[in-house]
Design a protein around this ligand. Structure first.
Ligand code: ZN
Length: 398
């Protein structure tokens, strides 16, 4: 049995030095980086199964890739410069396999093939690393396929499972992993990343990072996608301006339509890419699908539709989190906490709402937002849940 154990402490011995090399893009995670560094250092105990948890957008898979690069680094330091570091980070290292999914669940077949890969000795590197980005999207049966390999991996194999929280994995799996917990990165470090890595101009980087509340991917979207930040500001304004049930019903409809359009756009794009990749791998370059492959292509298209249903809920959930942040800003003004507003672009409207309402009402609205999120996650028709929420907000603001 290998040196797998659960390390719940997550405590660094000392604050990590500023994270250079492969850790450059892992921002706001000093404790986690220190834990990885210690494990990879000579004399450190390198667990063969890791569970990297953290809220969405905190950089779980970025951290996993960086750790993989550090393990493969030609100099053993995670220099970020050598070929092993660069290919590991780019996802092209032959001994680093990354499984990512946009789908509702990771197929058992996919995990089976991963387990077979895990059995092989590394080709060029010092380790064979397997990263599963959405390990929480495995069924109980799929966990069982994985379990054996995690229990007794070949000596050079290292598993890195990523999930929002440890509870998302079967207890049999998580008890065999060493746990690393990422925190929500602060707006300042996210803004700095956008400036350095993506060349975003300073003010926009900070506004985007603040609006995204520690979600790195979302911050990048706000900073680079035309109109994304403006749409968010507009939604905040609409929310605070709701005055009656009629307006609320219309706003709910618009919100759900916008979420559907956004989800469809994303799902369509992914479906197109998948189809193109599939046809290429079948040696077809004129885009014409021969009859023998039609059922497989149809399957791909059906998968994309299923994905879209989940995506609508994901996008709506993000909108509701936005609404939550607006109401929290209102509450923070009502309580006079002096905290910096998340939605600085609607400061005037927030102050007005704070003056007109009471902290007690705002608190009940915050609960209503959470309730709406839970209802949507629990398969209540989204329009129904959003309508009920916005009506409640509108009536309280009248
Ligand atoms: Zn290196």
């Amino acid at each position: 049995m290998s040196t797998v154990q659960t390390d719940l402490s997550g405590q660094p011995g000392q604050p990590a030095p500023s994270a250079p090399g492969v850790w450059a893009d892992v921002v706001g995670q000093d404790a986690a980086v220190a834990q990885f560094r210690r494990a990879a250092s000579p004399g450190g105990s390198l667990a063969q199964a890791w569970l990297i948890t953290g809220p969405p957008g905190s950089g779980r898979s970025t951290a996993a890739r960086a750790f993989a690069a550090m393990l493969q680094c030609d100099h053993g330091t995670g220099c970020g410069q050598c070929r092993a570091c660069r290919t590991s980070l780019a996802g092209t290292h032959p001994d680093v396999t990354v499984v990512a999914t946009d789908k509702l669940s990771i197929a058992k077949e996919e995990v089976r093939s991963l387990v077979m890969t895990a059995q092989r000795a590394p080709a060029t590197g010092r380790h064979r690393v397997l990263v599963v980005e959405d390990a929480d999207r495995m069924s109980a049966g799929t966990f069982n396929v994985l379990l054996k390999s995690i229990e007794e991996p070949p000596p050079a194999t290292v598993w890195m499972l990523c999930a929002p929280s440890a509870e998302d994995l079967a207890p049999t799996i998580r008890s065999r992993c060493r746990l690393v917990t990422l925190s929500v990165p602060g707006s300042d470090v996210v803004a700095e990343l956008l400036r350095r890595r993506d060349g975003v101009e300073e003010d926009l980087a900070l506004r985007s990072a603040r609006a995204a509340q520690g979600h790195i991917g979302l911050a990048l979207r706000y900073a680079t996608q035309e109109g994304a930040l403006a749409a968010r500001v507009e939604s905040a304004r609409t929310l605070l301006g709701l005055r009656g049930a009629g307006e609320a019903v219309l706003a709910a409809q618009a919100l759900v339509e916008r979420a559907t359009a956004e989800a469809k756009e994303h799902a369509d794009q992914v479906a197109l890419e998948e189809k193109a990749r599939f046809l290429r791998s079948a040696g077809i370059d004129d885009g014409k699908v021969p009859p023998s492959l039609r059922s497989q292509v149809r399957q791909l298209e059906e998968d994309a539709k299923r994905r879209q249903t989940r995506l609508v809920r994901d996008v709506l959930d993000r909108y509701l989190l936005d609404a939550h942040s607006v109401l929290r800003d209102v509450l923070s003004r009502q309580l006079g906490t002096g905290a910096e507003l998340v939605n600085v672009d609607v400061t005037g409207e927030i102050e007005q709402a704070a003056a007109q309402g009471t902290g007690r009402i705002t608190l009940s609205l915050l609960e209503a937002v959470q309730e709406a999120r839970e209802r949507i996650a629990g398969n209540v028709p989204p329009l129904l849940a959003v309508e009920a929420l916005l009506t409640r907000i509108a009536v309280s603001q009248r």
